[in-house]
Unconditional design. Structure first.
Length: 282
């Protein structure tokens, strides 16, 4: 079933698990993530990052995500990841994304707030949730223009209160696109933010966190974890194994049938790591 971000983050905020937001790059890995969620009875978020949107028209991404969500037996959110241009975010709302992220983290605080307010006005009227970022989560590679800046708790409170948004991404030592765990989490800074901000918090760069940190963070107000690199690694590693096992293979469908279970297994591992123990039974 198609849901927005608030519909799946509020229950997580009131419980002891967090929701996985998986960056996917086509039907095969998106379907594998939904299959993982269905196997566990868990809510999940399908996320379109900039790389996917530069490769595949956004209206096709929206249709793919919505189609998979509407057919799913679990709650699935169709989410637009980091987007810096307001008009692009508004277009994504109109195309049917159930959640969008307006990223004003590179802007002065007042401009960030103004951008969020404009997006919220349009998105909430359509039933679409809004995520924003304060501070700036750096990239290990590929986005050299993105600064590295820990979230200022007072600025986080202002953006949360004045922006009217539904979830807030924070920078507390997490790093995008680390190929192995290496990040050091600033728990003191996170605690200060939690004392001032009552919104669900978001961590980007989950693949760069140690498992013990993921578990610890999932027990805080962090309700959404963005996950990408470990899925890409599972997909690519399985493809390499398939070619090594059968050098003559060339049919795309055979390759995808071999890779999808690896992606599903990794998604299931991450959903479980985030604390999901199964739906409550009445």
């Amino acid at each position: 079933m198609l849901v927005n971000l608030s519909e799946i983050l509020q229950p997580a905020l009131e419980s002891d698990y967090a929701v996985g937001c998986f960056n996917v790059f086509g039907y095969e890995d998106a379907r594998a993530v939904v299959m993982a969620a269905e196997a566990l009875g868990a809510p999940v978020i399908l996320s379109a990052n900039l790389d996917l949107r530069q490769f595949m028209p956004v209206k096709m991404v929206a249709a793919l995500f919505r189609g998979l969500a509407e057919d799913a037996t679990v709650p699935v959110c169709a989410h637009l990841d980091h987007t810096y241009e307001i008009d692009d975010v508004l277009d994504a709302v109109d195309l049917g994304f159930s959640s969008v992220m307006i990223d004003g983290s590179q802007l002065p605080l007042e401009e960030n707030i103004a951008a969020v307010q404009r997006v919220v006005a349009h998105a909430h009227a359509a039933g679409t949730s809004v995520e924003a970022e304060i501070g700036s989560v750096p990239y290990a590679e590929g986005r050299d223009h993105i600064k590295s800046e820990l979230t200022d708790p007072a600025e986080a409170r202002r953006l949360a209160e004045e922006g009217g948004l539904d979830a807030l991404a924070v920078s507390v030592g997490n790093v995008h696109r680390l190929s192995a765990p290496a990040a050091t989490v600033a728990y003191d800074r996170l605690s200060e933010i939690e004392n001032l901000v009552k919104l669900p918090l978001v961590i980007h760069g989950t693949s760069g966190l140690y498992e013990e940190d993921v578990r610890r963070l999932a027990a805080t107000r962090v309700c959404k974890f963005n996950i990408g690199t470990v899925l890409r690694q599972a997909f690519g590693n399985r493809l390499r194994r398939t070619f090594a096992e059968d050098p003559k293979i060339y049919d795309r469908l055979d390759l995808m049938r071999a890779a999808m279970p690896a992606v599903q297994a990794e998604a299931e591992r991450m959903i479980t790591l985030l604390g999901w123990k199964g739906p409550k039974r009445s």
